[in-house]
Design a protein around this ligand. Structure first.
Ligand code: GAP
Length: 473
């Protein structure tokens, strides 16, 4: 399984999906860059999310708030105090670890017996367990855990003084809460309504890892859905079901590789009354791709108290009485990179012995990235059968120019046609269009389907219509 992970990482780099950041300077831990195919795929994910969450709902509006905000926001939200992870360090090799992750590992079957001394009850107290276990790298002694704040600090203006200090946002949600009143005052929204945002978030993770699963810079897609107190649990249940549906139907992720995991009370964030994770079965195990939380009226109340601005919602009078309340908030929150990673894992297939004559002959393993057509970075590749026939190359380039305004296309004339099909299959390109000698006479070409390798001839004059139908249905 670890092997699959390595293969996906290697494919991602080799084919221009994901590069380690600052590579030529030796890299920088926990940061990644997204190459030409990666950025297309991320944009597709964000577009599909926005369409479902904003465009198709009359009661949800969008927002794009700033990354750096007044530091009072982070005091009010509780992040300066509570947005921490327990950190411990090996006294010998000086490696740092998430203390809760080390303890969590002890809970996996087999591990507990190995360490012998703990029962499940004792494992709840991280501070007591850590001094009794050894560094997983060198066996050295570990320091007692201390709370480490995950927010990246920065300064506004030229002087690095306390009053100029603020943070890069660790979640996009706070930008939504502090704009809640602006939205109420300018848009015709009524509770229940939602505000959605897609944008960068930053966390100084102690142990980034598992490729793009845990990074220090990432993109979130968050919805804050404001409801009347008392209607929160019904709305929470709705969003959990709806978000699961989205992964299965809209992103076409394998249903058996998705599950819902409710949070235990001791793992709830400081603002949450309840929370469930949607998890995907990655090659390294089940892990969170989305969290859906009932944040209650915590955030708006905190901002009301700290800013002095009235954030109550004035509802329609009921039984002749005025109704003021602070809405409750249901929050589905997911990470673009984690979803992209899950999609890559889900789509990655190896066909031993190959599918084409070329690969069968060479006894090669063929890689197929079976991404849903909505998610595939490149929809269409245009390939002249050979590159040493100028009329054919010219015609293929004309087809490429014709399609470019409508679809993400690639033109490729390098290598045998078999090799070019393989390159496109590896990156999930939905259709390959091949122009052969007959194309010059007939003004047509062959459409090759990625998954079945079925081929059919289509007249160039009908191409745009045919491709639109195939890609949209
Ligand atoms: N506003 C709520 C919130 O931020 P979270 O569970 O901490 O909740 C939401 O984060 C989502 O953001 C996660 O489900 C995950 O997809 C993504 N995410 C969080 N930390 C991340 C990290 N270090 N690297 C990549 N994605 C991350």
């Amino acid at each position: 399984m670890a092997n699959t992970l390595e293969k996906i990482i290697s494919l991602s780099k080799r084919r221009g999906f994901i590069f380690p950041s600052s590579d030529i300077y030796g890299g920088i831990g926990g940061f990644y860059d997204f190459g030409p195919l990666g950025v297309e795929m991320k944009n597709n994910i964000k577009r599909i999310w926005w369409k479902n969450v904003v465009q198709q709902r009359k009661e949800v509006v969008g927002l794009d708030s700033s990354i750096i905000m007044n530091s009072k926001i982070w005091e009010a939200s509780g992040h300066t105090q509570h947005f921490t992870d327990p950190l411990c360090e090996c006294k010998k090799c000086h490696k740092r670890f998430r203390a809760d992750h080390l303890v969590e590992k002890l809970k996996t079957p087999g591990k507990l017996d190995e360490h012998g001394t703990f029962n499940q009850e004792e494992l709840k107290d991280i501070a007591k367990v850590i001094p009794k276990i050894k560094c997983p790298e060198c066996g050295g002694e570990l320091t007692p855990p201390r709370q480490f704040n995950l927010m990246f600090k920065t300064f506004i203006g030229p002087v690095e003084e306390e009053t100029a200090k603020t943070y890069l946002r660790p979640e996009t949600a706070q930008g939504i809460f502090v704009n809640y009143k602006n939205i109420l005052d300018t848009q015709r929204v009524k509770v229940p309504f939602g505000i959605a945002q897609v944008g960068k978030a930053f966390r100084n993770e102690i142990t980034p890892g598992n490729f793009i699963f845990r990074t220090r810079e990432f993109e979130q897609m968050e919805l804050e859905y404001f409801v009347k107190p008392g209607e929160d649990e019904k709305s929470f249940d709705y969003w959990v079901k709806e978000r699961m549906r989205w992964y299965i139907e809209d992103l076409a992720i394998t249903e058996e590789k998705l599950r819902i995991r409710p949070h235990r009370k001791d793992e709830l964030a400081h603002y949450a009354k309840s929370c469930v994770d949607i998890e995907y079965k990655f090659p390294f195990g089940w892990s969170e791709i989305e969290g859906i939380a009932n944040r209650t009226d915590f955030d708006l109340k905190q901002h009301q108290e700290n800013s002095g601005v009235d954030l109550r919602y004035f509802d329609e009078p009921s039984a002749g009485r005025k109704q003021y309340y602070i809405p409750y908030v249901i929050e589905p929150s997911c990470g673009v990179e984690r979803i992209m990673f899950a999609l890559l894992c889900d789509a990655y297939q190896e066909i031993k012995g190959g599918r084409t004559e070329t690969t069968k002959a060479a006894k090669e393993v063929e890689i197929l990235l079976k991404l849903d057509k909505k998610l595939a970075p490149i929809k269409v590749a245009v390939l002249p059968l050979v590159k040493n026939k100028p009329e054919l190359v010219k015609k293929a380039k004309e087809v490429f120019e014709l399609l470019k305004p409508y679809f993400m296309c690639q033109y490729d004339e390098v290598g045998s046609i078999g090799r070019r099909y393989r390159r496109q299959d590896e990156t999930g390109t939905v259709f390959c269009l091949t122009l052969d000698f007959e194309s010059l006479e007939q003004n047509d070409l062959t459409i090759r389907y990625r998954d079945t390798m079925k081929q059919e001839r289509v007249k160039i004059k009908d191409l745009i219509k045919v491709l639109k139908e195939k890609l949209e249905n």
